[in-house]
Design a protein around this ligand. Structure first.
Ligand code: F6R
Length: 245
């Protein structure tokens, strides 16, 4: 477990983009796992700048997003499909054929989840997975109590997540109540993982994740056992750590 503590959000974003760039330069057909939410936005902006400068080529990579709200159309401005188009895909040369995002309109959810897992396997597995973390310690939308052996599935969002994410919607009632998410085990199987956390609001979850027991109550805590994980935190997110702070 490697922990990198950066002065602020800007530096965290730059550091992460640099690692992703190196990974793509080393393996142009990298399989990259992606997250949404506020935390990776700065990192996406850095990646777009690298593309615009001509120092990074995304044409051969494949991407798998962690999650999508259910039941929401891909054109909904709060859908993660829309978010990814706006914050990365439309601004770079990622091949649309190589983009995978859970389908928040799937009619046969079980079959969809099975196919998503199979698609990941068929690429040879995720080389590098980017994660954020919920204030309740979730990764993907694996809320407290989710089995650490879980695979891609439909899940109910915790009340705290609905509250946290209501800032993106007009009102709290508009936040979807469920989502399709990669499972904890799906995430854990990525060859390398980078978890990003910024701000005071994540400090408690980060302390529990890194220094607490491994428990389904904090699904991110499973990462303690991952052979190749980097936590990139800003000072505020790291502020409650005892060993690393
Ligand atoms: C998003 C995802 C979530 C977020 C987490 C933090 O794809 O999987 O686990 O990473 O909820 O969200 P932000 O970054 O908005 O605080």
């Amino acid at each position: 477990m490697k922990v990198i503590i950066k002065e602020n959000y800007d530096e965290l974003s730059k550091e992460t983009a640099k690692i992703i760039k190196e990974a793509i330069l080393t393996k142009p057909n990298l399989v990259l796992g992606l997250a949404t939410g506020s935390t990776p936005i700065g990192m996406y902006q850095e990646l777009i700048q690298m593309y615009e400068k001509g120092t990074l080529d995304f044409s051969k990579i494949t991407t798998f997003n962690l999650d999508e709200y259910f039941d929401i159309s891909t054109d909904h401005p709060q859908s993660y499909h829309y978010y990814m188009r706006k914050n990365l895909f439309d601004e770079t040369n990622i091949n649309p054929k190589n983009i995978y995002i859970p389908d928040g309109t799937a009619k046969n959810v079980k079959a969809f989840c099975r196919d998503y897992e199979r698609a990941i396997q068929e690429t040879g597995g995720i080389d590098l997975q980017i994660l954020g973390i919920g204030s309740d310690g979730h990764i993907g939308f694996n809320e407290p109590g989710t089995s650490l052996n879980s695979r891609t599935h439909l899940t109910k969002l915790a009340e705290s997540t609905i509250e946290d994410n209501s800032r993106f919607f007009e009102k709290k009632e508009d936040v979807p109540k469920s989502a399709i998410t990669m499972g904890v085990q799906t995430i854990f199987e990525a060859k390398k993982i980078i978890l990003l956390a910024s701000g005071e609001k994540k400090a408690e979850a980060i302390a529990k994740t890194l220094e607490g027991p491994i428990t389904p109550q904090i699904t991110a805590s499973v990462l303690q056992q991952h052979p190749n994980v980097i936590f990139i935190l800003d000072k505020k997110a790291a502020s409650k750590l005892k060993k690393y702070g």
